[in-house]
Design a protein around this ligand. Structure first.
Ligand code: AMP
Ligand code: GLY
Length: 424
């Protein structure tokens, strides 16, 4: 079958890599893809402007695409999945109604409150005066979030009043995040440990994936600026069997019920960002309407089942007829980012050392790479994700660390402590 995959990040390279393993796949088109996806068997990068919904649906129809998979949030929020379904293409990814769970934090909080899903107490404001009043009455620590999509950069966890007030003023004045910041959500600070809980949903049934955890802070010791994610591992030991059961009963099932009650036929990945407190009670920090990046890279390395079967069942509403098998191994992904990530976008530095890495041991997923005169160069932001498995986290980490050290480009940065919470 011919599958169309939308996106160009590390997540999409991992999806392409896993789909390419399937004997059911005859052709994979990735729009726009990256040099990593271009190297996968049966796979071609397609030059398509993925914000041009008509162009994408025309390609899918003309090229007899049997399944479309949408990786990133922006095209989902813009309604690409609706458009593809309207022309009869089975699609993995929610329509614009479901994608609003990520597209608007205020909408997501209202959804959780309406459906009694545990999360931090919150207020949602367009008025600076009212927002500042909440900060004065609640005190710090407190969390201020731009309402709209801000590429993982719209959240300020403020530990002093000055930072809290400045974040509100910055966002509401539109100076930061433009339109996305014209409304802010202010919520109470939740202490605890984070984990990523990802499930496939087909409108009626949810199929939880293995657990994972990412590291959002740029620097070692979970310090420095917030990023899209500097590394991840799976499984996440903080999600014990008891915590898992609570997440399913108190969060995943009510989320699916809530979507149905709201008349939303959600077909795609739902990513629940969790904070788990010291007694193991989970609360939702955020919903994403897609797979996480970099969680996908280690997750898919542990998936023993055929991803084509799972995604096809999701799009068709048949999830109850499939199951997902996971390797008992632990997997880890370490992100190699540009030196100026997340603030800058430097690019063009030649990459070397990739050929020194044993492909049996480690998979190198491309994110921000480009090809110039046949040479791989950096293309800004997160460049690669070096991903390995092992019988435990320490051995997986050792393999990935050794491989990461062999890759070179000007300004490369990566964290040597990915997984530290699970190693203690
Ligand atoms: P988000 O983009 O909503 O995932 O937020 C980015 C990061 O900010 C999260 O991964 C958390 O580390 C942190 N964060 C967000 N909301 C809260 C909260 N209510 N309490 C504590 N930390 C939070
Ligand atoms: N790693 C978190 C995300 O994909 O948003």
């Amino acid at each position: 079958m011919h599958i169309l995959l939308i996106g160009n990040g590390g997540r999409e390279h991992a999806i392409a890599w896993k789909l390419a393993h399937s004997s059911r796949l005859t052709r994979l088109s990735v729009a726009p893809g990256n040099p990593g996806t271009a190297r996968e068997p049966k796979t071609t990068n397609i030059t398509l402007d993925v914000t041009d919904i008509d162009a994408v649906t025309a390609f899918a129809r003309d090229q007899q695409v049997a399944l479309a998979v949408i990786g990133p949030e922006a095209p989902l929020v813009a309604g690409l999945a609706d458009a593809l379904r309207n022309v009869g293409i089975p699609t993995v990814g929610p329509g614009a109604d479901g994608a609003a769970l990520e597209g608007s934090k205020a909408h997501a909080k209202d959804f959780m409150s309406r459906h009694a899903i545990p999360t931090a107490a919150y207020g949602s404001f367009t008025s600076e005066e009212e927002a500042l009043a909440m900060i004065e009455s609640e005190g710090v620590p407190i969390v201020i979030k731009a309402d709209g999509l801000a590429a993982g950069k719209g959240v300020v966890v403020a530990h002093d009043m000055h930072d809290a007030r400045a974040a509100v003023r910055d966002m509401l004045s539109g100076a930061r995040h433009g339109q996305a910041g014209h409304r802010v959500v202010i919520e109470s600070f939740l202490p605890g440990e984070e984990a990523s809980f990802i499930a496939l949903i087909d409108g009626n049934t949810a199929l939880p994936f293995a657990t994972s955890q990412d590291h959002k802070a740029r620097d070692e010791g979970d310090t420095g600026p917030n990023t899209g994610g500097m590394g991840a591992y799976s499984p996440a030991p903080v999600v014990t069997d008891a915590v898992h059961e609570r997440v399913v009963k108190k969060i995943l099932e009510p989320s699916l019920r809530g979507l149905r009650e709201d008349g939303i036929d959600y077909r795609g990945f739902l990513y629940i960002g969790l904070m788990i407190d010291e007694v193991g009670e989970p609360r939702v920090i955020e919903y994403n309407v897609r797979l996480g990046d970099p969680e996908t890279q280690p997750l898919l390395m542990r998936l023993d089942s055929d991803l084509v079967d799972l995604l096809e069942a999701t799009a068709a509403g048949n999830l109850a007829s499939v199951s997902a098998d996971w390797s008992r191994d632990t997997a880890i992904g370490i992100v190699l980012a540009a030196g100026d990530y997340p603030a800058g976008s430097s690019r063009g530095a030649p990459l070397s050392g990739l050929d020194q890495i044993d492909a049996q041991e480690c998979v190198i997923f491309h994110a921000g790479t480009a090809e110039r005169d046949g040479q791989l160069v950096t293309n800004g932001g997160r460049i690669l994700c070096v991903t390995a498995t092992g019988i435990d986290l320490a051995s997986a980490k050792n393999t990935a660390d050794t491989a990461a050290a062999k890759v070179h480009f000007d300004g490369a940065r990566y964290r040597r402590d990915i997984g530290h919470r699970a190693l203690l």
